[in-house]
Design a protein around this ligand. Structure first.
Ligand code: CAA
Length: 285
């Protein structure tokens, strides 16, 4: 099957990043969200990223204009998905919401359409089971910032067909990513390892092991990480990190218990960079 038209559901950091890399690879992309302000934010991200590439001489102005023209923002689900060969779902990490979106999509998309879900760790099999196309359903987990991070983690659900896996892998490579294929498991391969480290940084901070800055400096200087675990948690979103840890604890047990400080910060509305405050203060949003 040849993919020509892609529908991306969600225009946040991840959704707009995915829309951008698809458009750069030459696909026609409909990017849908539920409010105009989300759409505007997503289009601004894409414009900013393309302008940066032009400024750095990595892309011509014509190529940037053509990329932008391939992204069609919309609030209308039917308009976005009616002719899609692939839908990439990038809505909030809430299982019931994702299931509801896929049920709605079933009434809109063409028969051949594949469903890709960008989730940080929810069960692909459970989502797929609510659709009429579990064999054409697969997890595609991107990393933030999407245009920069090279990895695409592809997760097979219980019923995912070999053909769907091959199409998803080929697509991932075409949009410039290196693909790893992972069997379904809570939080897959990368987040299972990454998030336990991020969570541990909150335990260390609450126990007074070191200041936030020094925990972060320790991991950048001592382990060559590009950014410390607390700053990375702020970039990922503390609410997202907490969701992932709670999913891991539910499925795999106490070893994955979320740090009380992480829970407290989320309760305080300190979600990280996106809300202006997390472990660190980013000024008012
Ligand atoms: N969007 C697009 N491009 C961006 C960007 C953004 N938000 N931020 C930075 N860049 C680009 C810059 O333009 C620059 O490009 P060039 O190399 O072409 O010049 C490059 O990235 C490096 O940027 P900077 O030099 O400005 O900044 P930096 O050295 O601080 O690097 C970073 C920024 C690449 C994001 C780096 O901090 C990093 O690698 N951080 C770790 C990111 C990470 O671990 N992501 C995974 C998070 S986990 C996840 O996403 C999964 C999940 O489910 C939770």
């Amino acid at each position: 099957m040849e993919i020509k038209k892609i529908c991306v559901l969600g225009a946040g950091q991840m959704g707009s990043g995915i829309a951008q890399v698809c458009a750069e690879a030459g696909y026609e992309v409909a990017m849908r969200d539920i409010e105009q302000r989300f759409i505007d934010g997503g289009m601004n991200n894409i414009r900013k990223n393309l302008a940066r590439s032009v400024d750095k001489g990595k892309m011509s102005q014509d190529a940037a204009d053509a990329t932008l023209a391939r992204v069609n923002p919309t609030l209308d689900m039917k308009e976005a998905a009616a002719e899609a060969d692939v839908v990439v779902e990038v809505v909030l990490e809430v299982m019931d919401l994702k299931k509801q979106i896929f049920s709605e999509l079933e009434t809109i998309v063409p028969d051949h359409c594949l469903f890709f879900t960008n989730t940080s760790g929810l069960s692909i099999t459970e989502m797929a089971a609510t659709t009429k196309r579990p064999e054409r359903f697969i997890g595609t987990h991107f990393f933030s910032p999407v245009p920069v991070m090279r990895l695409l983690e592809i997760i097979r659900g219980f019923e995912t067909s070999d053909e769907t896996l091959e199409i998803a892998k080929e697509w991932g490579e075409k949009i410039g990513k290196e693909v790893i294929v992972v069997n379904e498991a809570p939080a897959f391969a990368v987040n299972r390892l990454l998030c336990i480290m991020l969570n541990e940084a909150f335990f260390a901070l609450q126990e007074g092991v070191a200041s936030a800055k020094d925990i972060d400096r320790g991991m950048t200087l001592g382990c060559n990480h590009p950014i410390g675990p607390l700053a990375l948690s702020d970039a990922v979103g503390l609410d997202t990190l907490l969701h992932i840890m709670q999913g891991l604890e539910r499925e795999l047990g106490d070893k994955y218990r979320s740090a009380p400080l992480l829970r407290q910060l989320v309760r305080a509305g300190r979600f990280g960079k996106k809300s202006g405050k997390g472990v660190y203060d980013y000024g008012s949003k």
